[in-house]
Design a protein around this ligand. Structure first.
Ligand SMILES: [Zn+2]
Length: 312
């Protein structure tokens, strides 16, 4: 089978390797799609110097074979999986507990379990109340999924992003207040919308220093600052503001595989019920052979780019 091997910075090479044979407790999946994730950019740029490696963790597809001990899953079933590697391949073997069946109304290539599960768990950790004003700082791919969930759970939702195209999509979802901090005073606007208090819950999804700083400023006294962005390396913390305002700070990531899987199950159930959808968020599709182009495009994130998937 074909697989993409990351052999150096900015350099995937397509290799032919034996198709995996599923162990007794595993399932072999024919990959329909694997999402290109922002968290893979440091690997691709060579920051982790982990060459050669086979990455790709946002996989959906169809069951091709089941191991001898697997009883709950069937050949041909559409699924998404929790995995941390090897997704940019024609086939992938995954332990059965990490394989999540998809409902009949879900479009398989757009059912990327890992990011959806990640957002579900982030929203659960954010502890949103129905009377909350919630601000999302950063409304790219993950933010757009999160907005779909938060719009159903909070009184007032505000989107903040430096890309007008992302704010336009937020508006289409029904977000009334969209702020571009380049040219607009986000702190003042959020104050006006909250009776001078600031937001009850601010979720930071940028993974950068400016986003973290802005999210801090937008959170009211005793509010919740939820750090959901993927931060690599050190950050400066405005400890005075965190401390003075008595903020509850939540780092909203889950690394326990079973908690991850449970988040994916919830997310796929929401998708089956039409409450969330990635269909309009997948803006770019590539073949396995085009994976270098896919990563370059995902890295540039030019206007209108939201999410790329590889279709092996
Ligand atoms: Zn991911």
């Amino acid at each position: 089978m074909r697989t993409a091997v990351l052999e150096g910075p900015h350099k995937f090479v397509i290799r032919d390797i034996p198709k995996p044979i599923p162990k007794a407790d595993e399932v072999l999946i024919k990959v329909a799609a694997c999402g290109v994730c922002h968290s893979e950019m440091p690997s691709w740029e060579g920051k982790f110097n982990n060459f050669p490696s086979r990455i790709g963790h946002e996989v959906s597809g169809f069951i091709e074979e089941v191991g001898s001990q697997v009883e709950s899953l069937k050949v041909g079933q559409p699924v998404t999986v929790f995995t941390d590697k090897e997704g940019y391949s024609e086939y992938i073997a995954v332990k059965a507990p990490y394989v999540i069946p998809l409902g009949p109304d879900v479009l398989v290539p757009y059912a990327l379990g890992e990011p959806v599960g990640c957002v579900v768990n982030g929203v659960l950790r954010a502890g949103i109340q129905m009377h909350d004003t919630v601000v999302l700082v950063g409304t790219g791919f993950m933010g757009q999924i999160m907005l779909q969930m938060v719009l159903r759970s909070a009184k007032q939702v505000i989107a903040v992003d430096t890309r007008d195209s992302a704010l336009k999509m937020a508006r289409q979802l029904g977000v009334e207040h969209c702020i571009n901090p380049i040219g607009e005073d986000a702190v003042e606007i959020v104050k006006e919308l909250t009776g001078g208090q600031g937001a009850d819950c601010v979720i930071e999804l940028t993974g950068n220093q400016q986003g973290l700083d802005l999210a801090t400023k937008l959170t009211r006294i005793r509010g919740r600052l939820v750090i959901f962005g993927f931060h690599v390396g050190q950050r400066n913390i405005d400890m005075f503001t965190w401390n003075w305002r008595g903020l509850d700070v939540v780092n909203a990531h889950e690394r326990d595989p079973m908690v991850y899987t449970s988040g994916i199950r919830i997310g796929m159930d929401l998708m089956q019920h039409g409450l969330i959808s990635l269909n309009s968020l997948i803006t770019h599709e590539y073949s396995l052979e085009e994976i270098n182009e896919a990563f370059a495009t995902a890295s540039d994130r030019k206007d209108n780019f939201i999410k790329a998937v590889i279709r092996p």
